[in-house]
Design a binder for this molecule. Structure first.
Ligand code: PGA
Length: 253
């Protein structure tokens, strides 16, 4: 019912030329793969090239962030209408690196989510606790708060495409992946809170994916959990062989 999504977040890596070279190698490796949705989030200067190259393939591409307004005097920003105009279909919202380095607030994530829905973009809303919050027993409080804020005033009817990414900050780029049990627990909390906000039926259909040091070696273990519906992959999505290895995880048994 919930088709898994495996997406690569390229962060600030890869020029257009490097992005296209990746695709030349990667697309044949995943050709015909239909079990999972496969996505890539290149940096803004490569996004248009990637979108052109993946047309009529089984790979989607999206932006790593966007503004919530359609246009205006906002230097450095890209709007939802601009993304839609280049046939961009997906957008990451509230990634922890945006929250930390670009000072994105929960309110901004909420405005962006509403804008993504209004423009028929598929939003991937990122949430996750820091190490300090986990160690002080505040994981559930943080996750519920971030979800509640993101979904504040969002009409349930618009959330059909929405994906949530659970990305514990302490697991991102650190090599220390959360255990399948920790992720499963967090995803249950998130699904319950999404249910409180938009209804449990819709929450049961919402895909919740995990991000934080996902590698070919740990993907199957994570994907075997009933509430883990995919992966958002940073570092390990930069090399075609490695990312293809993640996409083609083999469930045990
Ligand atoms: P990582 O990044 O896989 O390098 O930990 C994940 C992410 O930030 O989405």
């Amino acid at each position: 019912m919930r088709k898994p999504v495996i997406a690569g977040n390229w962060k600030m890596y890869k020029t257009p030329k490097e992005s296209l070279a990746f695709l030349e190698a990667f697309l044949p490796m995943v050709e015909g793969h239909d079990r999972d949705e496969i996505g890539l989030f290149p940096t803004m200067s490569s996004l248009g090239y990637v979108l052109d190259r993946i047309e009529h393939t089984n790979v989607f591409a999206g932006a790593q962030t966007m503004h919530w307004m359609n246009e205006g005097p906002y230097t450095g920003q890209t709007s939802p209408t601009m993304l839609a105009s280049i046939r961009c279909t997906h957008v990451l919202l509230g990634h922890s690196e945006r929250r930390i380095y670009a000072h994105e607030t929960d309110d901004m994530v909420n405005w962006k989510l509403k804008a993504a829905i209004a423009h028929d973009l598929t939003p991937i809303v990122c949430v996750g606790e820091t190490l300090d919050k986990r160690q002080t027993g505040l994981t559930e409080a943080v996750l519920r708060w971030q979800i509640a804020c993101a979904l504040n005033g969002v009409e349930p009817e618009g959330t059909g495409k929405m994906i949530i990414a659970y990305e514990p900050v302490w697991a991102i780029g650190t090599g220390s992946t959360a255990t399948p049990t920790q992720v499963e627990e967090a995803h249950k909390i998130i699904r319950r809170e999404v249910g409180e906000r938009i209804g449990h039926e819709r929450a049961a259909e919402t895909r919740i994916i995990y991000g934080g040091s996902v590698k070919p070696e740990n993907t199957a273990m994570l994907m075997a959990q009933p509430d883990i519906d995919g992966a958002l992959v940073g570092g390990a999505s930069l090399a075609p062989e490695t990312f293809a290895g993640i996409v083609k995880y083999q469930l045990p048994g």
